[in-house]
Design a protein around this ligand. Sequence first.
Ligand code: M6R
Length: 352
Amino acid sequence: GKSGYEHFMLKEIHEQPRALRQCLRGRVDELAGTVDIGDLGDLSPTGVQFVACGTSYHAALHGAQLFREAGIPAQAFLASEYATATPPIGDALVVGVTQSGETADTLSALRAARRRGARTLAVTNVVGSTAARECDHALYIRAGPEIGVAATKTFASQLTALNLLALGTSTTGDARQVISALRDLPGHVQEILDESAAQEVAELYQAANAYFFIGRGYQEPVALEGALKMKEITYKHAEGFAAGELKHGPLALVTENTPVFAIVTGDDERARKTIGNVKEVEARDAPVVAITDGQSDVERYADHVLEIPETHPRAAAVLANTHLQLVSYHTAALLGRNIDKPRNLAKSVTVE
Ligand code: M6R
């Protein structure tokens, strides 16, 4: 059942701290600063191609960034577009990110990769799923069953599992910082669940014409995911962009009726550039909601702030996403939408 929550989606958003603890359990040694993902640790890929759809594709974008940061060439493909990809070469690994393990487009891309001689890995929530059975390897995200059509806790768990995969198969300078940020993640998500101002933001902007989401680096996939969640459960127009793309077209759509959600973490060059983009929309009178750890001065240009604790930018992605899940959820609830079963959508898409 829904254990007292009005919708499975809200229940599952609240299950995230537990899901993340399960994902991490037995896989990180904080003292040693190491990750143990069993045999997968020996994969040492020379390159990684990710294939996925929808929310899982947004997780794949995060995963590809992780590997590139570790110096391993990596790219994320929409599974339905994988036919146009360069074939994997050498000791490449093709990773299918699929919560259900049954998405037709993703299965078909993984099969194509196998035919091309690549090793394949399924990052999935479902033990015994087709993806888990057909791939050479499986990494389970351990989120527990997700009933709501909108992917929520499974996205958080995918991001976390992909961090474990990257840490376990490659070397990054800041492994210790990432591991300690991952350890703090369940508690940090809980803080957001307890304190988020998302409902007030939803109340203020439920009548908006459209919603925009912007972010850079690890926050770009979060911007895309924020928009996908908003459109699928509220039926309102929403778009997510890399912050830098705004001025190359979408800015023409920005008005005082289009709230812009800007994810800004840290206080570096990237943050400063995104703040520059925030100023551009503020000048067009768009309401600005900053999702921020408070390190930069983005709050000066924002109408509302959704706070996240200071942490590593990779973990910040999960935290920012938690606020955005709640904004979409509350907006959909205010509009009386069928949150757990949005029109025209299915939990797992088994046709190409
Ligand atoms: O089961 P999968 O992760 O392969 O599903 C892929 C997409 O259909 C899925 O992520 C979809 O975009 C979400 N349910 C949207 O919330």
